[in-house]
Write a protein that binds this ligand. Sequence first.
Ligand code: DPM
Length: 356
Amino acid sequence: MSAESTETKKVVRVGTRKSQLAMIQTNSVVASLKKLCDDVDFEIISMSTTGDKILDTALSKIGEKSLFTKELEKALEDGRVDFVVHSLKDLQSTLPPNMVIGAVLEREDPYDAVLMHPKHATKHLSDLPENSVIGTSSVRRVAQLKRKYPHLKFESVRGNLNTRLRKLDEDEVYSALVLAAAGVKRMDWESRISQTLLPDECLYAVGQGALAVEVRANDSNTLDLVSKLNHEETLLRCVAERALLRELEAGCSTPVAVYTEIKDKELYLTGAVLSLDGSECLKETMQTSLSDTQTQEDSSSEAHQHYVSVVAQTISHQAMQAAEDIGIDMAKLLISKGAGDILAVARQQNAGGEKK
Ligand code: DPM
């Protein structure tokens, strides 16, 4: 390649958190983009976020929204970066008004996984002795697992994945950790997984396992660029999941859990709302058709339509609308069964709880 062509190459700046997992995720997104367009250079700019800096407080008690995203969104807004790579589950269901999700990539394993202390390596949660301590800061995991494994205790564990694994192996506190399988696999630690938690014992978090690219809403060049990364099935499932979360007005510190599936152009959504101690659990399943029933409408007027902040110009608007609608309908169904009260109590307990 001549020096001249290098100089004229457009440079796109990519924002990411600094943790090893975030860097692995961002590098993989950039590698995919490089394969799709060789006329662009990418510069990765990494930064620490509030969630990375405050390590002594349970996430649910910090009380700040968008813990892992705020600093990155500021850089995006200021034009210091052109897009940001996130774990979709860390993105609020309502983004700042000038930001959109310009791509949702194919989902990794969405389930939660159990990583045992080496002395318990071959065990499952049910085999652990009474009062064994399980490390997780997720109220969603604690609420569900208390129902299935009442003999266990749950304690918050903070820090990035490397810190957590070291705490498991070296501090004699935790018998096991529960982590998203997706992160564990991306870190290449799959051999440490002793048990995968399937939907009958633990539903996953909204967006878990999927990566998302956040872009300024008015930056059509970057939107065009990253839209090549979209994975249609993942995107539709995640629109339904995010719509449920938004309509419930719940955040990452309240116990909301989901399961989605697309089969024969039908989208299935299971949504659950739990009390913090797991004593109450509302769970419902609905389905909707994703096939186009009308002839394709003139899409030009709808090209930049958002569905729970997700923009996807190449995916049928009818399918996107159906996905958003089923999420909203599920929230209404759960609310009609009492979800609002369960969530209000959980929020209050989170706010008033002790520092851990
Ligand atoms: C959110 C939660 C957690 C993260 C809450 C939840 C887990 C916190 C904890 C919203 N974000 O899941 O109920 O484990 O104490 C996070 C992880 C990943 C993205 C790590 C993990 C990697 C997986 C992915 C933290 N965010 O959940 O083990 O990309 O989906």
